[in-house]
Design a protein around this ligand. Structure first.
Ligand code: NI
Length: 236
């Protein structure tokens, strides 16, 4: 057995944390470390270690872990505690099928209520995606582009579910985008989608979105079945 460095050593805590901010600071800090891979999939996080690291009691730690679990970044496993979740939870095809339902509905509700400022913002995200080469940024901009088209949907619970799905995808893209070869086609989809949203054409927009997300399912399935992804899995 090789000696593994403590993954928590990559996390920097700046000075004492005010009690009323503890939960959100712990949550944000751990989220960032999970998203950028400093806390890799399968690592167990012990409440007491985190409480010691942040210099707080276990209560805000527990609350922060619960939030991260709700965002599908952690799984609570019996006898192990909170474990950093795998990049795709369960079945990728089922996950995408649900996302298509939720995002189509959000788009349908949002389009009639979109303001010019929302559409202009969406166009800026597309432009930024055009010149961005950093995978972390690409994942983030993709999420922001999509949310800018859904943002006026009045059902806030629906929007939260949609955002959870996009966050999960963002995390997956961050590590696998290069291998998936999605880039260019995806931008064409984004432009077409924006164009039909500008025309307030709900039916065409929903159809384009479904097409775009189905392309995602195909890319992710192809990638997960590839020898590269299989060997990554075997290493865990
Ligand atoms: Ni997209």
């Amino acid at each position: 057995m090789t000696h593994k460095p403590n993954p928590l050593s990559s996390i920097k805590v700046n000075g004492p944390i005010p009690a009323h901010l503890a939960r959100s600071i712990i949550e944000e800090t751990l989220r960032a470390a999970i998203l950028d891979g400093r806390l890799p999939c399968g690592i167990a996080l012990r409440q007491q270690d985190l409480a010691d690291l942040f210099g707080v009691s276990r209560m805000p730690v527990r609350e922060a872990l619960r939030q991260l679990e709700a965002q599908a970044l952690l799984n609570v496993v019996a006898h192990k505690g909170a474990v950093v979740a795998p990049l795709v939870q369960g079945d990728a095809v089922e996950t995408y099928a649900l996302r298509i339902l939720l995002e189509s509905e959000a788009l349908r509700l949002s389009i009639p209520l979109l303001e010019n400022a929302d559409l202009e913002q969406a166009a800026r995200y597309i432009d930024e995606l055009e010149t961005e080469h950093d995978y972390t940024e690409i994942g983030r901009l993709n999420r922001l582009f999509h949310m800018s088209l859904y943002c006026k949907a009045p059902n806030k619970r629906l929007l939260r579910l949609v955002e959870d799905g996009l966050n999960e995808e963002e995390r997956f893209l961050r590590f696998n985008l290069e291998a998936m070869g999605l880039g260019k086609l995806s931008q064409e989809d984004h432009r077409a989608l924006l164009h039909s949203a500008e025309n307030r054409d709900v039916a065409a927009s929903v159809e384009l979105l479904e097409h775009h997300l189905n392309r995602g399912v195909e890319a992710i399935t192809r990638y997960l079945d590839s020898p590269e992804a299989q060997s990554k899995k075997a290493q865990r």
